[in-house]
Every structure is written in C-alpha cells, then in structure tokens.
Design a protein around this ligand. Structure first.
Ligand code: ZN
Length: 291
C-alpha cells in the first residue's frame, strides 16, 4: 500500500550456521578443493549478508579461474574475502614518505589491537592501498556481537585512535590519513553518550539523534529533543571520551615504542603482515630476515 512507510524492516545478517548453509547452496555447482571448509569459512565471515556470501563464492571462483585452476582453493576464498571487506587492492605503491607514515599509522592500530584487552582479533596489517585507504589494519570479530560493553567500545576507540597517535609519537605531527578513523570514533562516542547511557555525567537518558541523520551527517539540521545547554554537555562528554582514549593510545605506544618501530619497519619491508608475524615481533623474534 503506498504511503505506509512506518513499518521498518530490519534485516540482520545471518548467523554462522545460516552462513554455512548459504555457502553450501552457492557452492553446489562450484568445484572446491578438499581443503575448503565451509564451516570455517562461515566463521570467518561474521556480518556478511546472503548477497555478500554469494558475491564471495563468485569472486573466489573468478580468482581461481584467472589462475587456470580446476578447483577453487582456500586462498581464493581468502583473497575474495579481503577484496569484499577491504576494497580492491591498488597496483601503484606509495611514495617513500607516505609509506613511512602509513606504516607507523597502521603499526599503531595493530599494536594497540594486540595490547588492549577485549578487542577483536587482529587478522592482518598492510600498507598496500585498498579502496580509498592507504593502509589497512583488519580485525575480525571471533564472535557475533549483538550487544557490546562499554569497555569493548572504549578499547575500540583507542585502537582506532592508535594510528594517529603513532604518527604524533614518531613524526610529531598529524596527517590527513586519520580522517576515517576520526569519523568512526566520533560516531561511536556519540552513540555511547546519547544512545547507550554509557556516560555517568549525561546519565541513563536517550538523547534523540536519529541514526539516519548521523549517517547523512546532517544531525544539526534535525530537530532535537534537548536544550542548547545539554547539546554543549554532550559535545564536552564526547570530547572527553575521545581525549582520554587518545591519551591512552599515545601513552601505550610510547611505552611500547620499540615494538611499534619493529612492526612499522617490518611493514615497510614486507608490506603485509599476518597476525602471526606480529606475534613473533612481540615475542621478540625478528622477522625482518625473512623478507
Ligand atoms: Zn587508521
């Protein structure tokens, strides 16, 4: 019926078992290598929709075909997954100076993801540009999160601010490369304060912002249900959360400066590091020799 837009349909992404079933359907006519484990693949695609999973299978088959393989292998799924999550890899590499800054920026994210508790497991770090990003630090949730704790969110903010903090620590300046990080943390902190009652100062209250407005970044144009004074307090509270986590990120990187430098140097040499490589660096084993 026209004019009835009040009923909202929320499509939640399928759970692990459902993802596995969807993968089974889409791979029915695809020749798979025996090592391909759909249950494992389902576990590594948290948040993927049915369409994403279909896309994943098609993309993996395409990659395998391009290499003239008769069967789709695990690495084809891995590469297809990265392409979907991170965007297409660019062929041209960064200039030397940009490479240095990006390496420290990503190393900052990665090191904090390893050091801080209650963060999503680190998957890989790369300074090969993907999509609009110069570098990427990929964390993959190991569980389906439908409800998140304040501690998890604060650590997530610190990890996201870690890139910029590393630039400040090493180069004593900031680059524009942290724009997406800043946007993400500001939005998270705003939700913590306004929607999830996680600020003691603002109390157990919802301050109506409307998610769709936030996505369009037009919240100022929308009527709000609180005073100018409250709006100022909210802004102060958001800034205080972000400042505290920025300081936490900076202090932690300063304390672990040696590891930060080692990760960044390894990135400059090898461009991409898997979680295992970072573990080795943190365990004190040098990986540079492998390059
Ligand atoms: Zn970043």
């Amino acid at each position: 019926r026209p004019g009835r837009f009040d009923r909202q349909i929320v499509v939640t992404p399928p759970h692990k078992k459902a993802r596995e079933d969807i993968l089974k359907i889409h791979t029915q006519k695809v020749p798979l290598s025996p090592e391909v484990d759909l249950s494992r693949l389902a576990a590594r695609t948290v948040g993927f929709s049915g369409a994403d999973l279909k896309n994943l299978v098609n993309e993996a088959a395409l990659l395998a075909g391009r290499k003239n393989k008769s069967r789709v292998e695990v690495e084809d799924f891995e590469n297809a997954r990265d392409k979907i999550i991170l965007g297409a890899e660019h062929k041209e590499m960064l200039e030397e100076e940009e490479k240095q800054i990006t390496a420290y920026h990503e190393a900052g994210h990665a090191l904090l993801a390893k050091l801080l508790p209650k963060t999503d497991p680190l998957q890989k770090v790369t300074i090969i540009p993907h999509g609009t990003a110069l570098g990427v630090t990929e964390q993959v949730p190991d569980i389906e999160r439908h409800n998140v704790e304040k501690e998890y969110l604060l650590n997530l903010i610190a990890v996201r601010l870690g890139g910029r903090a590393a630039e400040k620590l090493i180069f004593h300046t900031y680059s524009s490369g942290a724009a997406a990080d800043l946007k993400q943390v500001t939005q998270l902190a705003r939700q913590m304060v306004c929607q999830w009652g996680m600020s003691e100062r603002m109390g157990p209250v919802t301050y109506r912002l409307g998610e769709e407005h936030m996505f369009l970044a037009r919240e100022m144009a929308q009527p709000r249900d609180f005073s100018e004074h409250t709006a100022r307090l909210i802004d102060e509270e958001i800034l205080s959360i972000l400042r505290a986590m920025d300081q936490r990120a900076y202090d932690m990187l300063e304390r672990h400066r040696e590891e930060l430098v080692e990760i960044a140097q390894a990135l400059i040499e090898r461009e991409t590091l898997e979680d295992g490589d970072i573990e080795q660096i943190l365990a004190g084993e040098r990986v540079l020799a492998v390059a």
